[in-house]
Design a protein around this ligand. Structure first.
Ligand code: SF4
Length: 127
């Protein structure tokens, strides 16, 4: 992964290592589900998100989180000790996983509804 490349051993396991890094930096106000979905399967999601907090990365997708999900937690994170910081990370990892699963389920449901309608139309037109 080009954007990390600061010598952390865990970066070797980053799922995004071989994907265009621009995907993780959408334009301001633009939401992209694809990189977030990729992050959910990444074995170093925790390390990546921790790095974003430790280095105060205000932009981009880190550990499957977008900037507006991290920003409100940053001041609190900085003030806290190690144990509490880990809790902030754990909670955010869990929340964003749930949110992503919900988004993906909604997208799938929409897609299925569209396919069903299309099929219905095809049957109607054939008859
Ligand atoms: S969590 Fe996402 S951004 Fe972070 S290393 Fe993994 S794939 Fe890359």
């Amino acid at each position: 992964m080009m954007r990390l490349s600061i010598g952390n051993e865990w970066e070797e396991s980053a799922v995004c290592k071989s994907v265009d890094p621009d995907l993780w930096f959408p334009d301001a106000g633009e939401f992209k589900q694809e990189p977030i979905t990729i992050c959910m399967d990444c074995p170093v999601r925790r390390e990546c998100l921790t790095l974003a907090f430790e280095e105060r990365h205000e932009h981009g997708i880190w550990g499957g989180t977008i900037a507006s999900e991290r920003a409100p937690l940053l001041a609190n994170y900085i003030r806290r000790g190690k144990h509490d910081r880990e809790r902030v990370i754990e909670n955010l990892l869990m929340q964003t996983r749930k949110k992503t699963e919900k988004n993906l389920a909604a997208r799938l449901a929409t897609k299925n509804r569209r396919l069903a309608k299309q099929k219905e139309l095809e049957i109607k037109n054939a008859g």
